[in-house]
Design a protein around this ligand. Structure first.
Ligand SMILES: *[C@@H]1O[C@H](CO)[C@@H](O)[C@H](O)[C@H]1NC(C)=O
Length: 176
């Protein structure tokens, strides 16, 4: 009992064991998602309307000061007929004086698949003339509680005449 090691070994070992036990739980998980958003201002699959602008609802989203509301289909593949797993609901506001960038604020509401019932909150600038636009993921619910992240947006398909677009969102989020 007079050997000091008898006391010091447990004193060192206990904090180490505690750290090993709790360490993995404190680590963030990272999830990557690739989603396609189908946005259409015309036709049977119309999912977005301009509601305000310099000429009222007839103003083009390409003009500064125009507000658009959308409820777009979200799929896992670029094919618009592929299985819908969510909706992208919110708004775009043309917020660049020359008309070349939107401000986006919308929720991705997962209605099917792995993340059914959860949401992601997207917010940021969309200078849509650029090939790749980075945006932020500010929060989420359900599986995505406490989430933070970013995404890269690219235009997969664009029909300017009929104002239809398929947007690829490549999202990387960290969460508990
Ligand atoms: C998604 O973005 C990450 C970088 O954030 C990249 O490494 C990955 O290849 C991209 N995936 C797709 C399918 O574009």
């Amino acid at each position: 009992m007079s050997n000091p090691l008898f006391f010091t070994i447990p004193l060192i070992a206990i904090p180490i064991l505690y750290w090993l036990y709790t360490y993995p739980k404190n680590k963030y998980k990272q999830t990557n998602l690739v989603l396609y958003v189908h946005d259409s201002l015309t036709g049977d699959d119309k999912s977005a309307i301009t509601i305000a602008g310099k000429d009222g609802p007839t103003t083009s989203i390409m003009h500064f000061g125009t507000l658009l509301v959308h409820d777009d289909s979200v799929t896992l593949s670029p094919d618009p007929r592929s299985k819908e797993i969510g909706r992208a609901q919110g708004m775009y506001i043309n917020s660049q004086l020359d008309g070349k960038a939107l401000y986006m604020s919308f929720s991705i509401m997962f209605i099917d698949g792995e993340f059914k019932g959860s949401t992601l909150e997207i917010q940021g600038a969309d200078p849509f003339a650029l090939k790749e636009r980075e945006f932020s993921v500010v929060s989420g619910t359900g599986y995505f509680r406490f989430v933070r992240g970013y995404g890269i947006m690219t235009t997969e398909f664009m029909d300017i005449q009929n104002l239809k677009a398929i947007i690829k969102l490549n999202i990387t989020v960290k969460h508990f």
